[in-house]
Design a protein around this ligand. Structure first.
Ligand SMILES: [Zn+2]
Length: 78
């Protein structure tokens, strides 16, 4: 299991996610982001807007994911 925070995954708080694979943790952070979005949380709305900007460029999204995956892989397995 590895741990990453909402902040580390392009979000806006210190909530921690724990998962075995990057795909899982990305999914968890996405779900959390949607929840916060529905609650109308200002900080997460801003973070999501930035992600949406990024999504306009497939190259940028790919690079972002690759970087985050590397970060995840570099973490100590608990
Ligand atoms: Zn968050």
């Amino acid at each position: 299991m590895r741990t990453m925070t909402c902040n580390q995954l392009g979000g806006a708080c210190d909530k921690e996610f724990r998962a075995d694979t990057f795909e899982e943790i990305a999914e968890m952070s996405k779900k959390h982001g949607m929840e916060m979005f529905q609650k109308g949380d200002e900080a997460h709305l801003k973070a999501m807007k930035e992600m949406q900007e990024l999504m306009k460029s497939p190259e940028a999204v790919k690079e972002w994911f690759e970087n985050k995956r590397k970060e995840f892989d570099a973490l100590t397995d608990e």
